[in-house]
Write a protein that binds this ligand. Structure first.
Ligand SMILES: [Zn+2]
Length: 214
């Protein structure tokens, strides 16, 4: 959109960039406070009990920073295009849609490299990669919630899908199994992303367990 901007003697057009996506900070907050809610809760409890060292706090902040970066990973091309072309196009890297499961999968490799640099352990590198993957998937999840259609199945299918638009789809008796599956897919996707993040965190220093009453 071009908006005329009044100066002393003439109009200078100012280009306003339409983001058409959740603000970057919303992606980071969604991943940290919603997907990793249990980890945030346990950290706050440890802080209140003064049962945590500065070194552990630094480690948690580092993990959250990694999660925050990968929560923005599918929009990474916006940075490149802003610098090189002066626009915020961010949906493709070459012919590959950045909002797809295949592109998000590349976060595993990148996250594992970062994890290996940090921990020098193959196991922890893998869990850092899975944590990065869950953060990248959470980006697709929030974009989907906002109503954006995602190339989930690229390159198997080029169809753009908005999973959460199916959640209110009615059931048909003729095809009950299919309609039940479609209606619950967004919930299953959300659960998978959360479980993946918690699984990775449980191998990166967090402890989530049920304490039975005695
Ligand atoms: Zn996006």
């Amino acid at each position: 959109m071009i908006v005329p901007h009044a100066t002393s003697d003439k109009f200078i057009p100012i280009r306003i960039i339409s983001l058409n996506m959740p603000y970057p900070i919303a992606h980071v907050m969604f991943f940290v406070f919603c997907i990793c809610a249990v980890a945030v809760y346990t950290t706050i409890v440890a802080l209140l009990r003064r049962d945590i060292s500065y070194r552990e706090i630094a480690h948690i902040l580092l993990l959250l920073a990694i999660g925050g970066f990968f929560a923005l990973y599918p929009d990474i091309m916006a940075v490149y295009n802003l610098i090189v072309h002066g626009n915020m196009a961010h949906c493709y890297i070459g012919a590959i849609p950045t909002h797809s499961l295949i592109f998000s999968s590349s976060a595993i490799v990148l996250g594992a490299i970062i994890g290996y640099v940090l921990y020098r352990e193959q196991g922890k590198a893998l869990y850092t990669g899975l944590f990065a993957f869950s953060a990248s998937l959470s980006h697709l999840l929030l974009d989907d919630l906002e109503g954006t259609c995602i190339h989930y199945l690229y390159p198997i299918s080029n169809q753009e899908i908005n999973l959460f638009s199916y959640i209110g789809a009615g059931f048909t008796r003729d095809d009950l199994v299919h309609s039940l599956l479609v209606a619950h897919t967004p919930i299953i996707f959300l659960v998978v992303v959360m479980m993946l993040a918690l699984f990775a965190l449980s191998h990166l220093g967090f402890e989530f367990r049920y304490r039975p009453e005695k």
